[in-house]
Design a protein around this ligand. Structure first.
Ligand code: NAD
Length: 424
């Protein structure tokens, strides 16, 4: 990998780097066509697409019972690890459950109450890799929030991954369907003979899944766009280049459309990181995917003229995963607002959050961190406000209400307040 100076990037190179569409834009038309066919043909289309994209014949689309069986038959050791990860994820998400509250604001009793969405669909990806971890990450927050019906869609295969199925069951899914890609999103959004529709679709996926979520948004709610993975490592001269490179290579193995970036103010470190990335990529099981990611215009090792320039670069990039490997990491973090999930220090690899520390790994990509955080219990809750006024607190704002209502030409609004005082 070459090291590039941030200050020498042409406006075009900078635009491509920050745009990093992850291929989602190119997948829009395909996703729309798939959604249209699923709406018209239902299960028939799901079976056809399984043949075309997943190379398999699908018998039962509903595999809820298979997931339960896979969980019973799972190797005891692996099951224990899944349960450890699940317990850590559950504990962190239980700590997020907001309490209903009411407070007096000058006699006006106002508050918020939180209730779970009733029916949600969680996408558990599984095309080029299996993602039991994403099943845990998607389902557990929904279960903690108290969602009544959690439907899970995961790509079909000649032999379904038993670990993903077991994780789906352990996490607490109510219904499981073998359907992947844009067709899964369409089925969850609009329903088919077998798949019943939901009110919100969540979860990560490749560019087709992500483009489909963007397309159905409006007819059904979605969490946010969680597409091909990204990492930005912000490092100073004290960082261990092998640790930085290991995190970069790990993220690069997800998808050839992933984006991996390291930025530092140390020229020597930048060179060592670039060398270590090349060395660590060699011989990996998914080396082809890693190399494709590393060679994309949306990936690279970048040299900043100062740590401030590096911080500004990271903030503008708004990565899905931000790893800070620097002497005073907390001080650098203070200057960053836009990141999906932050990993501080040399012993906090992104893989810890991917699997088992407890935080959620379903995170906004493509700059989404500028406006939202990752999947959480709140993703599965809606809030209503509640209020009670007494005669005195209403009379305190009586003139303000009637003045504004009159200004808007909504006389009946003003009357609805005045009526309370004219019937004494
Ligand atoms: P996937 O389940 O997302 O996609 C597989 C499906 O894609 C297949 O079932 C198929 O239907 C569809 N597909 C494949 N080729 C197609 C084509 N040419 N046309 C139309 N549809 C096609 O699994 P994956 O591909 O392994 O990707 C998983 C993705 O999830 C990766 O990009 C990874 O980076 C991402 N991910 C993101 C996060 C996050 O939080 N942002 C977390 C975990 C994983």
């Amino acid at each position: 990998m070459n090291v590039q100076c941030i200050s020498e990037l042409t406006p075009d190179e900078r635009r491509v780097l920050f745009k990093r569409s992850g291929g989602v834009t190119d997948a829009k038309d395909t996703a729309r066509e798939i959604i249209g066919r699923v709406r018209e043909e239902g299960d028939v289309a799901l079976r056809d697409y399984a043949r075309e994209f997943d190379g398999c014949e699908v018998g039962n689309i509903d595999i809820t019972a298979d997931a339960a069986r896979a969980s019973e038959e799972l190797d005891a050791d692996l099951r224990a690890h899944i349960e450890t990860a699940a317990a850590n994820i559950r504990a962190f998400h239980e700590a997020q459950v907001p309490d209903d509250w009411r407070q007096s604001f000058g006699g006006r009793e106002l508050g918020r109450r939180f209730r779970p969405i009733k029916r949600v669909g969680v996408y558990a990806p599984g095309g080029t890799a299996s993602y039991p971890s994403s099943a845990l990450m998607g389902i557990i927050p929904a279960a903690v929030a108290g969602v009544e019906h959690i439907a899970v869609a995961t790509p079909p295969a000649e032999t379904l991954d038993p670990v993903t199925l077991a994780a789906i069951h352990i996490a607490g899914a109510d219904a499981v369907y073998q359907v992947g890609g844009a067709q899964a999103v369409a089925a969850l959004a609009y329903g088919t003979e077998t798949v019943s529709s939901v009110e919100k679709i969540t979860g990560p996926g490749n560019r087709f899944v992500t483009a489909a979520k963007a397309d159905v948004r409006g007819d059904v709610d979605i969490d946010f766009l969680a597409g091909p993975s990204e990492i930005l490592v912000l490092a100073d001269s004290t960082a261990n280049p092998a640790f930085v490179a290991a995190d970069v290579v790990a993220q690069a193995e997800h998808d050839p459309n992933a984006s991996v970036v390291a930025v530092t103010d140390s020229e020597a470190l930048a060179e060592s990181i670039a060398e270590s990335i090349d060395a660590q990529a060699s011989g990996r099981e998914r080396e082809d995917i890693i190399r494709e990611t590393l060679s994309s215009d949306a990936s690279g090792v970048f040299l900043a003229r100062s740590i401030s320039e590096a911080v500004l670069f990271a903030e503008e990039y708004a990565p899905e995963h931000l790893s800070i490997q620097a002497d005073d990491d907390e001080a650098l973090l203070e200057r960053i607002d836009s990141a999906g999930s932050v990993f501080l220090g040399p012993y906090t690899p992104v893989a810890a959050g991917d699997y088992a520390s407890g935080t959620n790994h379903v995170l906004p990509t493509n700059g989404g961190a500028r406006v939202t955080g990752g999947l959480s219990v709140e993703t599965f809750l809606r809030s209503s406000t509640v209020q009670r006024l007494d005669r005195e607190s209403l009379s305190n704002i009586r003139d303000t209400i009637t003045a504004l209502a009159t200004a808007e030409g909504l006389e009946a609004h003003a009357v609805s307040v005045e009526r309370r005082f004219s019937e004494e």
